[in-house]
Every structure is written in structure tokens, then in C-alpha cells.
Design a protein around this ligand. Structure first.
Ligand code: IMP
Ligand code: MG
Length: 184
């Protein structure tokens, strides 16, 4: 069932159908790469909620899952640069292959901070899977690349499929650009 576009949206960037198809492809690729490995998938909340829940069901491998609650934006549309860990994982990472799942890679501040933090705990490997990757040249402030990317996006503020503006719109089943009026 396709939803009607939310009135606060300017345009749809990726439809529910496109998301479903791409997540299935990523799931296949990850299945091949992690088969037989001791996999721990860590979702960064809240943004990765929807993507992660679809992605892990598209992966036909044994895994455990966990979550970290990280905030960087506050309620604005630009990165504050301040990463706050509101919930950390508590388990031992020795021997684990860690896959970090994120909604969007923008300046790179959040993921590079979290990746470094995870590395200090000596897992077997750490890789990054992000649904969306904002244009590197324009958006990135920290030199970091994801190992798995769903889709590229322009340097515009987008919402839906887990991504929010001021904690709203996470439930939209598509990725869309917000109308400028909606920021007011
Ligand atoms: P970074 O630290 O600048 O890479 O920002 C990553 C975080 O900022 C993501 O986890 C998102 O929560 C948020 N973010 C970045 N760009 C957008 C956007 O276009 N829409 C919604 N959230 C965004
Ligand atoms: Mg966010």
C-alpha cells in the first residue's frame, strides 16, 4: 500500500518500492560477506530503526543485534558536531565482526566517532552500512567512507524511513525532501 505524499514534503527522492528493492540487494551482499562469521549488527538509533529492521530480515545469516543511541543534531538541520552517547552497548566485542548500521552519512562526524570507539574495544572487524550517503565533496567534514551504501543523496535535508526533522516524519515509508515552510 503506497501512502499519499505527506503535505510537508516537496518531493519523493526514493519510493517505498525502490527502498525495498535496494535493501534486498544489500541483504544478499551482506549475507554472502558475513556467512559463517560471528556477526554483531549494531544499529544507531533512532534513525536506523526502520532500515535496520528491514535489512536484518533480508540477511540469511546468524547474527546478534544491539543498539546505541547517539545524538548529534539536536532539533536543527545542521550537525552540531557534538556527539552524545545516550545508550552504549555493554557486551564484550572480542571475536565479533561488527556491522554498524546508520541511516545517513553526512558530515561523517557521528560514524567516525562511533567507529573509533568500537575499534578501541578490539572486535575482529568493524564495517559500516548506511542507507544513504550524502555527496562526499559537499557534505563531508571527516574523511570516512561506508563499506555498504544503499543510495547516494544530494546535500539536501531529507526525511522518512527513519530519518526525522525535529523527531517527526520517521514513519514515512519513503525518503522525501521537506518543504522549506516545514522548518518554520
Ligand atoms: P553526520 O555526523 O553529520 O554524518 O550526521 C549523521 C546524522 O545526522 C544522521 O544519523 C542523521 O541522524 C542526521 N542527518 C544528517 N543528514 C540528515 C538529513 O538530511 N535528514 C535527517 N537527518 C540527517
Ligand atoms: Mg537524526
Amino acid at each position: 500500500m503506497e501512502h499519499k505524499m505527506h503535505p510537508d514534503c516537496l518531493e519523493i527522492v526514493y519510493t517505498q518500492e525502490q527502498l525495498t528493492k535496494r535493501v534486498a540487494e544489500l541483504g544478499e551482499q551482506l549475507t554472502a560477506d558475513y556467512r559463517g562469521k560471528d556477526l554483531l549488527v549494531i544499529g544507531l538509533l533512532k534513525g536506523s530503526l526502520i532500515f535496520m529492521s528491514d535489512l536484518i530480515r533480508a540477511m540469511d545469516v546468524d547474527m546478534t543485534i544491539d543498539f546505541m543511541v547517539v545524538s548529534s543534531y539536536g532539533d536543527s538541520t545542521t550537525t552540531s558536531g557534538n556527539i552524545k552517547i545516550n545508550l552504549d552497548i555493554k557486551r564484550d566485542l572480542k571475536g565479533k565482526h561488527v556491522l554498524l548500521v546508520e541511516d545517513i552519512l553526512d558530515t561523517g562526524t557521528t560514524l567516525s566517532f562511533i567507529r573509533d570507539l568500537i575499534r578501541l574495544r578490539h572486535p575482529e572487524s568493524v564495517k559500516i552500512c548506511t542507507l544513504l550517503d550524502k555527496d562526499k565533496v559537499v557534505a563531508r567534514k571527516v574523511d570516512i567512507q561506508a563499506d555498504y551504501v544503499g543510495f547516494p543523496v544530494d546535500d539536501r535535508f531529507i526525511i522518512g524511513y527513519g530519518l526525522d526533522y525535529a523527531q517527526k516524519y520517521r514513519n514515512l515509508p519513503y525518503i522525501a525532501v521537506l518543504k522549506p515552510e516545514a522548518y518554520a
